[in-house]
Design a protein around this ligand. Structure first.
Ligand SMILES: Cc1cc2nc3c(=O)[nH]c(=O)nc-3n(C[C@H](O)[C@H](O)[C@H](O)COP(=O)(O)OP(=O)(O)OC[C@H]3O[C@@H](n4cnc5c(N)ncnc54)[C@H](O)[C@@H]3O)c2cc1C
Length: 449
């Protein structure tokens, strides 16, 4: 079979966020014709730092985009977990140790940089992006949709709903809505120049560590992004009252932030004193839905629209990248030769991704509980365990070195029943996962051509 005989699908994607752009890139690279419809007039400039663990950077390397990414990402050597007094209670080895353990590095990136690099790669591959197009009237079984004001009904072999946590396209499959999690988040970016004015804040900027400060009912996360030009800082606050899932870029009140941190160490308060404005939103997730795919297989949900999770596992964007890499394998024209097999193939994709997502969701909720524990015996036990974990890897590193670490990683069996990220087996499941190989394996066992 020559390339001219290969199945070339007409794919329309709703949303130019991380998930939509990543799917556009991966599917175009498989030879499909791809158009992305984005309701905004341009790519969003909002959003702060995102973590990309090894399961996500593996996908970036698979697409050969690492050189462009390396110009803008930061690669923390270590992650400090500190009490709200600033006492270090845990250190997690990041770079280069994650590469020894999971095969790929761990990055932090400024969200607009990730989005811009994916958009550039997608455009270079031949994807068309149409801005100012808010898609509506989707028929998930027929594969049709429209753009208000345009008047025409658009048809596609496959429509991909990548319209985020507050997705409207999700309504074509289910009534299940995003639900609020019991935390509010405030995020801000501090310019490098301000951080460098004080030796203590300067150390956070240049010290090659990311930091999570944990205290009763609150947690603060900080790390440099945008190639070291800005410091990303996030405050999560346990909220007793009901709320709706928030929009990303609503203005936050800095006085409220200061009130939350009155009992916190001078360093955290100093960082927040450098902030001119912040954004506030209510964290949330999308509860499990029965399927990501319509019966005809002509509509699929990806990214936050399908499976938003709370951010405490640093896996939201990573799972969007996994969706994209997997979908390209399920729709690989060398194994999917006839469109009549699309529905079966898409059902297999949905089951494959749902299984992974529910495990990652459990991990994210488990981590969330760990970060905001009230002071008391449970918190003391947590700190003891974290201290022992730090001592263990430092001892191992001293004894085993790089080669020993690589060899040990080969023996770790991933634990898909993970509850949080505290065991090596749990981390191997989350970060050591090779979505492309796994997807190929499932596709290989479901071929009906
Ligand atoms: C502005 C913004 C800021 C964010 N900031 C952070 C952050 O600081 N930290 C963090 O961890 N995560 C952040 N996120 C979320 C993070 O990017 C996502 O969890 C993850 O990357 C998954 O992305 P997604 O593409 O599924 O959804 P999203 O990133 O939400 O993208 C969805 C896209 O769909 C578009 N869209 C929605 N409806 C329609 C429609 N009807 N027609 C056409 N287009 C439509 C939206 O405009 C948006 O561009 C942010 C998301 C956004 C949109």
């Amino acid at each position: 079979m020559g390339p001219q005989d290969q199945l070339r699908l007409d794919i329309k994607i709703i949303g130019a966020g991380i998930a939509g752009l990543a799917c556009a890139l991966s599917l175009r690279r498989k030879g499909h014709s791809v158009t992305v419809y984005e309701s905004n007039d341009k790519l969003s400039e909002f959003g702060a730092g995102l973590q990309l663990y090894s399961n996500a950077t593996r996908v970036i390397y698979h697409w050969g985009l690492q050189d462009d990414f390396l110009k803008v990402v930061n690669q923390p050597k270590v992650n400090h977990v500190r009490r709200y007094s600033n006492e270090v209670i845990r250190e997690v080895a990041h770079n280069p140790v994650t590469e020894w353990e999971y095969g790929f590095p761990q990055w932090v990136i400024y969200r607009p940089d990730l989005q811009a690099l994916l958009a550039k790669a997608a455009l270079d591959a031949g994807v068309v992006i149409r801005f100012g197009c808010a898609v509506s009237d989707i028929d998930a079984e027929e594969g049709t949709m429209s753009i208000p004001g345009d008047g025409t009904k658009l048809t596609a072999d496959l429509i991909i709903g990548a319209d985020g946590i507050r997705s409207r396209s999700r309504k074509t499959l289910t009534d299940i809505e995003a639900r609020a999690f019991s935390e509010d988040a405030f995020r801000a970016l501090i310019p490098k120049e301000k951080m460098l004015q004080d030796p203590e804040t300067a150390d956070l900027m240049v010290g090659l560590q990311s930091v999570a400060w944990v205290g009763p009912g609150r947690a603060v996360l900080g790390y440099p992004v945008a190639g070291g030009e800005r410091y990303n800082i996030l405050l999560c606050v346990v909220r007793p009252s009901e709320a709706e899932v928030g929009k990303w870029n609503q203005p936050g009140d800095l006085d409220e932030v200061r009130q939350h941190l009155t009992k916190w160490c001078p360093l955290v308060r100093k960082c927040w004193s450098l902030v001119d404005s912040c954004a506030k939103w209510t964290l949330g997730d999308v509860p499990p839905i029965p399927s990501y795919v319509s019966k005809s297989g002509k509509f699929v949900l990806v990214g936050d629209a399908a499976h938003a999770i709370v951010p405490h596992a640093g896996q939201g964007a990573a799972q969007a990248l996994e969706d994209a890499a997997a979908l390209a394998e399920f729709l690989d024209p060398t194994t999917l030769r006839e469109s009549r097999h699309l529905a079966q193939r898409m059902r297999a994709f949905s089951s494959f991704r749902q299984a992974r997502m529910e495990n990652i969701r459990r991990m994210a909720f488990g981590n969330a509980r760990l970060f905001t524990m009230e002071n008391g015996p449970e918190q003391e036990k947590r700190d003891q365990i974290w201290g022992a974990m730090t001592a263990a890897w430092k001892k191992e590193l001293a004894e085993l070195g790089e080669e020993g670490y690589r060899a040990r990683a080969k023996g770790v069996v991933p634990d898909q029943d993970l509850k949080d990220m505290r065991t090596p087996a749990a981390r191997m499941y989350a970060y050591g996962y090779d979505v492309i190989t796994e997807a190929k394996r499932v596709v290989g066992s479901t071929i009906v051509n």
